[in-house]
Design a protein. Structure first.
Lengths: 52, 313
């Protein structure tokens, strides 16, 4: 088994990837909050009113 | 197997991206987006009735993202043109920081996300209008009209005119004559605004092969058409007051602004073909930005006061 060939990122590419990852993470958190808040705003307390 | 592996590597060299989040934000055309957000807020606030402020905020956010998505699709398709114009050469795609495919994927994902969010959380009329706006800007304007006819920004301007109507539809679930007038104000404002810019940037457009009015019909014809649109825009700007939708405050503001627009356009009409500085065109371009901002701000202020006072129109 030879060593797997991998791509070595430059410092600049690593930094850009880290920033993109953070931005994607923040965007996902924002989406979760938006849909959580919007669900409460749209349905209000009725969101808990469901048959058991 | 080895042969297949070698071919894969030879034909598709790995490209590691150096794009930052800022490049993706630039794909959304933030300055255009700010105008879209502002006019959509005016439509939403001016509409009768009340709307949950959280849902209203989400509606504006979805409209903003939808506008941004159409910007990204525009940059995907127009990368070849952007490369030869001084104003656009540093955009992420022509500068090589983002590939055209990445811009296309980004635009498509955001288009679907914004339309679905607006539809599910607000209403499907506003979502349909947003979807139509994105389609109109990305396909009808960018892919079809822009490279084909000097009327490109006249018809394509409709895409930029929809946001107040979408805001209105988000708040009320319908389209009214009042929101159509807001649409018409931006629609009639767009040609003189862009033609004033095109007059003193005609070299850029000519190099890129974009048929703007000064390159195709000549500066004299463009100046006449700018003046004609100004004569149409001024009364339409006053129409909300004439039809009894607003108070005298808006009527006076829109009258003064309309007179100003006609005045600056008159100055452009009087420019000579030898005029290289084109100061009147630059002044009209600057004033047109003031015109749109102030007339919409006055409209929103007028309606907001009426809502708070509980007097309606």
């Amino acid at each position: 088994m030879g060593k797997l060939e991998t791509v070595d990122l430059t410092k600049r590419q690593k930094k850009a990837r880290r920033l993109r990852s953070i931005a994607i993470g923040l965007a996902l958190v924002a989406l979760v909050i938006i849909f959580y808040v919007a669900t409460l705003a749209k349905f209000g307390p009725a969101v808990l009113n469901r048959p058991m | 197997m080895a042969l297949i592996d070698d071919r894969c590597i030879d034909e598709a060299p790995l490209r590691m991206s150096e794009a930052t989040p800022g490049d993706y934000i630039a794909l959304l055309k933030p300055r255009v987006m700010s105008l879209v957000v502002f006019t959509a807020v005016v439509g939403l606030v001016a509409a009768p009735g009340t709307m949950n402020p959280l849902l209203a905020t989400i509606a504006i956010l979805a409209i903003a993202i939808g506008a941004g998505a159409s910007g990204a699709l525009n940059m995907w398709y127009d990368a070849d043109i952007d490369k030869v114009m001084s104003r656009t050469v540093n955009r992420p795609v022509p500068a090589g920081r983002v590939t055209a495919g990445e811009a296309l994927g980004f635009g498509l994902v955001l288009s679907v996300l914004s339309v679905m969010t607006l539809g599910v959380l607000v209403n499907w009329l506003s979502a349909s209008l947003l979807a139509f706006t994105i389609f109109f800007y990305a396909v009808v304007y960018t892919m079809w009209l822009k490279r084909w006819t000097p009327q490109n920004i006249v018809i394509g301007g409709a895409a930029g005119s929809f946001p107040p109507m979408i805001g209105w539809a988000a708040a009320t679930g319908n389209i009214s004559l009042e929101s159509v007038i807001l649409f018409l104000i931006i629609f009639l404002w767009t040609p003189p605004h862009f033609w004033a810019l095109a007059l003193f940037k005609s070299g850029d457009y000519e190099r890129a092969g974009v048929p703007m009015m000064p390159n195709v019909a000549g500066p004299a014809s463009t100046r006449r058409q700018i003046f004609a649109y100004a004569l149409l825009l001024a009364p339409v700007g006053v129409a909300p007051w004439l039809l009894g939708y607003t108070t005298l405050f808006y009527g006076v503001v829109s009258l003064v602004l309309g007179a100003g627009f006609v005045w600056y356009s008159w100055k452009v009409l009087g420019m000579s073909d030898d005029d290289k500085a084109m100061v009147p065109a630059k002044k009209l371009f600057g004033f047109s930005l003031v015109y749109l901002f102030v007339i919409f701000a006055a409209y929103m202020g007028d309606r907001l006061v009426a809502h708070l006072a509980g007097t309606g129109a």
